[in-house]
Write a protein of this length. Sequence first.
Length: 350
Amino acid sequence: MTDFNRMPGTSLGKSHAPIDTRRRRVLAALGAIPLAAGLATLLALPRSARAATTGTVVEGRDGWLYPGWESLTDDATDACLKNVDLIYNAAQKLAARKILCLVAIAPLKARPCAANLPAGVTLSVAMQKRFAAMHAHGNAIGLPIIDSEAALAALDPDVESFVRADYHWSGHSAEAVAARVAARIAEAGPLPGTAGTGAKLGAWTEEVHYGDLADLLALQQKKEIGKDHFIVRAVAQQNALLDSGPDVVQVVGNSMVQPYLGFTQKLSNALDRPVGLTWTFGDTGPWKTLLNYLEGPAFKSHPPHAVVWQFNEGQMMNGPAAAGQWDAPSVMAEDAWLARVEKAVGAAGA
C-alpha cells in the first residue's frame, strides 16, 4: 500500500483533488506519548486489562484494540480547560482579522466504544465528564467547540464510530462531525466564494487491511486480531469550477482529518465551497501545525473565511511547551507560540 494522500505538514489546497485511493495509516500519525509513559499508563490499569495488553495496545472484547497511552482514569480536566483558554486567545487574534475559528475534538476511542473495553475497565467518573466540560467551557467563553461526542452518538447503530483495531475514528464519524462544523459555519453568516465549487462525494466503498493498532502487535497476535473493514468514500469526479477560487475554509489538524477518512471532503460538500487542509503527524502537535499554516504562503496570500482546528481529546492536556509529548522542533513556550500566531495573523493582513 501507499502512504497518505499527501506528505504531512503540507496544505492539500483543494481537499477534493483526486489522489491515489490506496492509503495507509501509520502509528506515527497518532502522536502517541513516549513508550515509558505509555507503560506507566498500562500499569495503572486494572489487572484484567493489563493481562490483555501487548506493549501499549489494550485488547478489549471481540478483538477491539485501544491505545494504552491514553489514560482512562487521569482526567487532567484543569489542564485541558487551560488549553481551551489558550486556543481561545489564538481564535481572538483570528477574529480580529474577521476569520472565524471553530474547534473539533476527536473523542477518545474508549468514549463512544466503551462497550468493547476489557472486562472491568471503564472511564473514571471525572473522565466521563471531561469532554462535556471542555465543550461547555469553550462555548461559555465564546469559542465554538463542535459537539463531536453528540455527533458520534447520533450515528446509525449499524455504523461503527471507530475502526475496531485502528486508532482512528471511522469515515462515518469524520463526516458526521464535519456536517456539524458546516452547520455552525453556515449559522455565522453568508459564505464568500462561488456556489457549485464544493467537493462531490463518491459512493461508500470498503477496503480490507490491518488497523494501525494491530500493526503494533506480535505477528501471531496480529493474525488472530485480523484485518479490518475500512468504509471510506471512493474519489468522485469533480467539475471544472473547483479551481475557480481560493479555499474559503481551512482545516488544520492531524490524521483524524486526513483525506482518506473524508472529513474535509464532507465539509466542502456541505458548504458547497472549496476547503483546504493542512495536517501533520500527531507528534508534531496541534500548536505547531497551526503555525505551519499561518506562517505559510497560502494563509498570507488568501486568508480564509474560517479555520477549523482539530484536536485529539487524549492530547488536550498538552500545551505548546509539553516537552516529551511533541517532537523537539514543535515544543515552545506558550508566550512564544502565541506571539508567533499574532505575528503571522498580523503579517497576513499587512
